[in-house]
Design a protein around this ligand. Structure first.
Ligand code: SF4
Length: 349
């Protein structure tokens, strides 16, 4: 295999990619030419503080940190003049509508427990209905004659935000650094390749995929090479004084678990209030496009975040608890953040 022209870390600023960044500075993983952080403009303050601290260490090691952005995800999502980039809101459809077609004529498919049809060739899925989300038809429900779905309309918006606000600007920077010409940085000089370091750990091996493949990027997963899990990374960071590395995810990401919402509410009330205000603003969809035929919510209960049952500990949150001191101290509900190449907040992008 030919040597890459550049080695660049996709830095989400969460546990795994911070581990890789620091390993590049202490010689464990030599040869890194830079790190790229895609800023959605809506990360918690803690993440930006962490990034500033990390940048100093990277710079001291001669590794530049590049911050890139495709805009402010929060502002864009509720700007009627802005093109709609779908955030995976939890959707409650209008009574009587089908959870899979929502009156759009587009029907989903993934994870529909039964009775769903497959997408036709070339058909775009419009909704993803999590397994189990469709309630069995009963006294207060009916069955959609078209797709056999229950009319209790529980759905989830498609996730495009990770691609649009992270992968796209990172690849633009990749092309620029490989020598593509300004101002649009579209064409990479022939044969030039970047080795992109991605922080998937061994517990995330299922996230390795070939999606977003482009000719000028060769993906590499150093934590898999090192056999390191997320907990290994947390221990490694703690031993070096980086144990408080925060998850990186947008303040109002619908994939937050209850523990994350509680953490915001109890320790960062201004950020929680921001998420509550955003939740109110997206009830009918938000940015440009047809108003949502139903209602959108940030919390999985599909009630306004301000009154959502975030104090209830889910079975998953209990299940994730362990005697491990790092977990016990942090009471991690959903440990996931949003990684550019496989958003850890839910299914891979
Ligand atoms: S953290 Fe959530 S809202 Fe933000 S880009 Fe990732 S999936 Fe989208």
């Amino acid at each position: 295999m030919t040597r890459p022209d550049l080695r660049l870390l996709s830095l989400g600023a969460g546990v795994q990619s911070t581990t890789l960044a620091l390993m590049a500075t202490d010689g464990t993983l030599p040869g890194l030419d830079g790190a790229i952080f895609a800023d959605t403009g809506w990360e918690p303050r803690k993440v930006y503080e962490h990034l500033a601290r990390l940048e100093k260490v990277l710079n001291a090691a001669g590794i530049p940190l590049y911050r890139v952005s495709a805009g402010n995800l929060r502002a864009d999502s509720i700007d009627p003049a802005h093109r709609y980039a779908s955030v995976p809101y939890f959707v409650l459809g209008p009574t009587g509508s089908c959870p899979r077609c929502q009156g759009t004529g587009h029907i989903t498919l993934e994870a529909v427990p039964d009775g769903g049809r497959e997408l036709l060739p070339g058909e775009e899925p419009m909704w993803t209905v999590p397994a189990g989300a469709i309630e069995p038809a009963g006294a207060d429900t009916a069955v959609c004659p078209a797709c056999k779905g229950s009319t209790k309309a529980l759905g989830m918006g498609r996730r495009q935000c990770t691609h649009e606000y992270k992968v796209v600007p990172i690849n633009r920077k990749n092309r620029e650094l490989l020598g593509a010409a300004a101002p649009d940085f579209r064409r990479v000089p022939k044969g030039r390749v970047v080795e992109q370091w991605i922080g998937f750990s061994t517990d995330e091996i299922g996230r390795v995929n070939d999606k977003d493949r482009v000719s000028y990027v060769r993906k590499r997963y150093p934590l898999l090479d090192l056999g390191m899990s997320r907990k290994d990374c947390q221990r490694w960071l703690t031993e070096r004084g980086w144990g408080d590395t925060a998850k990186s995810a947008c303040i109002g990401c619908p994939f937050h678990g209850n523990a994350q919402w509680r953490e915001l509410r109890d320790n960062h009330p201004d950020e929680f209030a921001d998420a509550v205000a955003f939740d109110e603003a997206i009830r009918k969809g938000g940015a440009r496009g047809l108003p949502l035929d139903g209602e959108a919510f940030l919390h999985r209960s599909r009630v306004p975040l301000a009154v959502a049952p975030i104090d209830r500990v889910t079975r998953k949150e209990w299940g994730d608890r362990s005697p491990d001191i790092f977990d016990a101290l942090a009471e991690q509900g959903d440990p996931d953040g949003c990684s550019p190449y496989g958003c850890r907040s839910g299914a891979a992008a």
